[in-house]
Structure formats: C-alpha cells, structure tokens
Design a protein around this ligand. Structure first.
Ligand SMILES: N[C@@H](CCC(=O)N[C@@H](CS)C(=O)NCC(=O)O)C(=O)O
Length: 277
C-alpha cells in the first residue's frame, strides 16, 4: 500500500492510495476521506459511474463537509482494473471494459482474468481498509452513481447484513432491461441470462432480497433516463415486493456531477441517521 497524495480538507485528510490487488491482479487506486478525530468511524462507500476513477467524485462530489460534520469515512474505489494486459472493449467504447467494470466478477474470456470488481469491492477492499484505517465495519453504508448506483444497489441487496443503508444517484436500475446492461452482462458473463440476475437490482428484489433503508435520487433532465436508467421499473418492483424506497425525480437535473453534488449532502445526512454517526 502506498499513499500517492493527500490534502488537508475540512479538518481531516483527503488521501489517495495505490495497492496491488490480489483480486484483480493489477495495481488499484482509491481515494479516502478521513475526518478529524479518533476512530473507529463508520464508512460510506461510493461507487462511480462509466468512464470514472476515484477522481471524479473526489474533485466534484462535494461530500467532505457533510462527512466531516458526521465523522464518516468516505471511500471511492476505481471502476475497473487497468494497466498492461487488461482487456478493453474491442472498439474502445466508454461503456464496456476499462472504466466500466460494472461491479461483476467476469466469467467470459478475455475478461475473467482481471475483471473481478464484485469480489474486489465486497471482500478485498473492505479488509484492506479495516487493516489500515480507523474504521468500524459494523457501521457501513453504500451509495453510487449510474453504473455505480447499480453497483451500490446490487452489492447492498446481496449483503443486507453489512450495510445499514443503501442509496444511489441515477442508478442503472434494471441492467437486464437496458442496452448498457445487455452489453456489459453479456460481455462479462456470457449470454445465459440466468447468470445475470444477481447483478440486477430489480431481479434481486423480485427474488426476495431486501435492504433496511433505500434512497434513490434521479434527475428529470438526465439524457439516459428512459433508455438506460429506468427508475420506474425500480419503483414498481419495490412497490410490488414491499421494499420501502424513497425515490425522487428532480426536475431539470441532468446526469452530471452538478446533479450529484446538489444531493450529496442530503444523502450523507440520511446515511448518518442509520450509521448513528
Ligand atoms: N458522456 C459520457 C457518458 C458517460 C457518463 O456520463 N459518465 C458519467 C457516469 S455514467 C460520469 O460521471 N462521467 C464523468 C464525469 O462527469 O466526471 C461519455 O461519453 O464519456
């Protein structure tokens, strides 16, 4: 583990670390905001969207003031393995391969070797963070944006005992029902759709998965809303299944970090209630 940067911020430290991941077989980077004061502190995981690495939310997400106020550690991992020998989209498209790991464990070649983002986020990174930082893993919450919103929902639904609360900004709500999801799940897992269900929030809820607290915010002027994100499917699925969800569509907001940063403090205040920070 090597710290590659740090800045004083809101009385604490914003840091960036690099480590050799056993899971992905590549070096991986993540950012971590450490509020001032003694730990152990609760952790909020933030999973980023297509094309992103740790830097997008770290520079544009506006989470530090709220995390400092509540004493919450904020961790932002990368969205895929990277580096020499890591397979990419055949045409270098933004929605598959590098920067687009979709938080799955790939089974299809040539992706199976390095694209193990599910195991990385669910197992290796929490253990590493617990070893090196003053965190209390009995108090975790998870959020994310777009592809990372899909990651937060599916990881949260598959591990309800680990997360006190789950939220998302403009998540890909039903990847088995949209072009981004078809491309990613087909490419990483193959065409047998039975293997896709554990990576689809709606399918998980239909199958009985539940989380204790669920909040979703979506911009009404998001260009990906109807074709890719489909929050109405999430709402219908939750209503039918009896999963409580606080889902709001906000007029005029698009898919960008102007939208995310507008609602980030409210998400952190909401998570803080469940983390009892
Ligand atoms: N317009 C983007 C589409 C991808 C996109 O909107 N990515 C979102 C996440 S799904 C994002 O956060 N982009 C980086 C940023 O805004 O900083 C592109 O073609 O690269």
């Amino acid at each position: 583990m090597e710290r590659i940067n740090r800045w004083r911020a809101f009385g604490g430290w914003q840091e960036v670390w690099r480590h050799d991941s056993k899971t992905t077989g590549t070096p991986m980077e993540f950012s971590i905001f450490l509020p001032e004061g003694e730990g152990p502190k609760p952790v909020l995981w933030y999973l980023s969207g297509l094309t992103c690495n740790w830097s997008n939310v770290t520079e544009k997400g506006d989470y530090r003031e709220a995390c400092a106020r509540h004493g919450i550690v904020f961790v932002a991992p990368d969205t895929s393995p990277r580096g020499e020998g890591v397979a990419d989209d055949a045409e270098g498209a933004y929605d598959f391969g590098l920067g687009a790991g979709f938080y799955v464990d790939a089974t299809e070649e040539p992706f199976a070797k390095h694209y193990k983002m599910r195991q990385y986020i669910e197992e290796e990174l929490p253990a590493l963070i617990a070893e090196h930082f003053p965190v209390d893993l009995n108090r975790q919450a998870i959020t994310g944006h777009s592809m990372g919103g899909h990651g937060a929902l599916t990881i949260g639904l598959r591990n309800p005992e680990r997360f006190k609360s789950v939220s998302a900004f403009a998540p890909i709500s039903a990847p088995t029902e949209c072009p981004w999801g078809h491309k990613a799940l087909g490419g990483y897992l193959g065409e047998d759709r039975a293997a896709w269900a554990e990576y689809d929030a709606c399918k998980l809820i239909e199958g009985g998965a539940r989380v204790a607290a669920l909040k979703v915010d979506q911009g009404g002027a998001d260009g990906f809303l109807e074709e890719q994100l489909k929050p109405e499917l999430l709402r219908e699925t939750c209503d039918t299944a009896g999963q409580v969800v606080e889902l709001e569509i906000h007029d005029g907001y698009d898919h960008s970090y102007y939208f995310i940063s507008s609602f980030m403090p409210a998400h952190i205040d909401w998570h803080a209630k469940y983390l009892k920070a």
